[in-house]
Design a protein around this ligand. Structure first.
Ligand code: PM9
Length: 457
């Protein structure tokens, strides 16, 4: 097999994409308040904003859509989805939700009490927002290497067991309803967690009666990294590794929009019956019946089929290596990126890329806007704007000030990634000409989605 495996699929349907002029893009980014989330998709050439809900479905999934059973309750597609999750993930109970944050909302409401602490291997935006809205305090217990863009640690998503134990000693286990373990860790650069680390997390948690809840959003990518990098897992299948990982926890939230290869959907999976009962009481309030949770029958069918497809070794090998291809091109050209390259995106180190722009002028937001201006490639800020403000209203400045080039699943080819790399390399050569941004509008929660900016004069 070549270093960068070819696409393990043929293209049967195409969607034209539009090239734009510099003038078009200047108009569009100004209208969007220099926030790439606010651009119209028609104004985008190559869309690397996110891998969320942007996957291309297979012919098998599309044919599943035609078999949607749109009964209000108890549809056959729900049974298929529930059985699939139980089989693949090994959890007893499944609560369907419209997407990942629907599951996070329910989980936070049933498990967190005012004043609780929720340790996690780095924050994720929507996850932390729900924890805080439920009265909890997030505590970062990821290893230090995760905050260092240059560390080549193979499992940068690992939980720092000492930090975790210290938090337990400090606040007491009764104040920690669960530890939230992301596999992989999005904000660290799509970095994986090792099986060994997960076993240790399970042991500490069990000793103190703390539950382990996975954010399984990109668990297939994590399973691939374990197979590639962890001794003893070379000969195991992706699905064996995934099931072993999940067996080390008590439940999981899932955004179906990522690894399960669908455009909408999610679930909360649990082993504890009383928690499941509480979750079903809330799902009817926020999402829908416990047998659809905000999804149509056809959505559930597509997700059940997508989950199985995502476990195919050739699919996930190609997916992760597409990212590696883009990362290698940028790295070879001397572009500062977060290393090693993660499972769903290449992260540019914007602090280094735009070292002349101070943190208060948001180098990553500036870089994302300028990549779009330069080539029509859309990407996403993952730095101070995403991190938001602390309880005293001060901007949080995470160590990682990054721009995420996120590759949707089964959508773009290596040739598209060449265009992206060339554009970023070209921009790097004239980086000194870029000027920072300041807010003109900022929402109090999850501000990055809707914030507006203007260039600092
Ligand atoms: N992630 C992403 O682009 C979409 C929204 S935030 C820009 O990375 C994790 C690890 C995620 C995630 C979404 C969610 C929420 C939970 N955990 O978007 O609600 O990466 O389905 O999932 C996004 P939903």
């Amino acid at each position: 097999m070549t270093k960068y495996p070819p696409e393990p699929y043929r293209i049967k349907m195409v969607e034209p994409i539009r090239m734009t002029t510099r003038e078009d893009r200047e108009r569009a980014i100004k209208k969007a308040g220099y926030n790439t989330f606010l651009l119209d998709s028609e104004d985008v050439y190559i869309d690397l904003l996110t891998d969320s809900g942007t996957s291309a479905m297979s012919d098998n999934q599309w044919s599943g859509l035609m078999q949607g059973d749109e009964a209000y309750a108890g549809s056959k597609n729900w049974h298929n989805l529930r059985d699939t999750v139980q089989k693949v993930f090994g959890y007893k109970y499944v609560v369907p939700t419209h997407q990942g944050r629907g599951a996070e909302n329910i989980l936070s409401k049933i498990m967190i009490k005012e004043g609780d602490y929720i340790p996690g291997n780095m924050y994720f935006t929507t996850t932390r927002a729900h924890q805080e809205l439920a009265g909890g305090n997030f505590r970062d217990v990821i290893i230090n290497e995760a905050h260092d863009p240059n560390s080549n640690h193979p499992f940068k998503g690992n939980v720092d067991l000492e930090k975790y134990q210290n938090l337990i000693n400090e606040v007491g286990p009764e104040k920690i309803p669960y530890i939230a373990v992301g596999v992989t860790v999005n904000m660290a650069g799509g970095q994986p967690v090792s099986m060994e680390n997960l076993k240790q997390v399970r042991d500490i948690s069990k000793k103190h009666g703390i539950k382990v809840i996975f954010d399984a959003t990109r668990c297939v990518e994590n399973s691939y990294f374990i197979k590639e990098r962890e001794k003893g897992y070379e000969d195991k299948s992706i699905s064996e590794i995934l099931k072993e990982m999940m067996s080390l926890g008590d439940g999981a939230t899932m955004s179906g929009k990522k690894d399960p290869l669908v455009n909408i959907g999610g679930f909360l999976a649990l082993n504890d019956k009383s928690l499941y009962q509480k979750a079903t009481q809330l799902v009817v309030v926020y999402e829908g019946m416990p047998s659809y949770g905000g999804m149509s029958g056809r959505d559930m069918e597509a997700m059940a089929r997508g989950i199985y497809e995502s476990l195919d070794y050739h699919y996930i090998e190609h997916r992760v290596n597409q990212l590696q291809y883009l990362g290698d091109k940028l790295d070879e050209a001397g572009i500062p990126i977060v290393k090693p390259v993660g499972g769903h995106a290449v992260y540019l180190d914007a602090s280094k890329f735009l070292s002349h722009i101070p943190r208060e002028e948001f180098p990553a937001q500036t870089l994302a806007a300028n990549i779009y201006l330069d080539s029509g490639v859309r990407c996403m800020e993952r730095g101070a704007v995403s991190a938001g403000r602390d309880k005293d209203g001060n901007n949080i400045y995470p160590n990682l000030e990054t721009v995420r080039l996120t590759v949707p699943r089964r959508v773009y080819t290596y040739a598209h990634l060449d265009v992206v790399a060339d554009s970023v390399i070209k921009l790097y050569e004239k980086r000194d000409q870029l000027v920072g941004l300041r807010f003109t509008y900022e929402a109090p929660v999850l501000r990055f989605f809707t914030a507006r900016f203007e260039p600092v004069k």
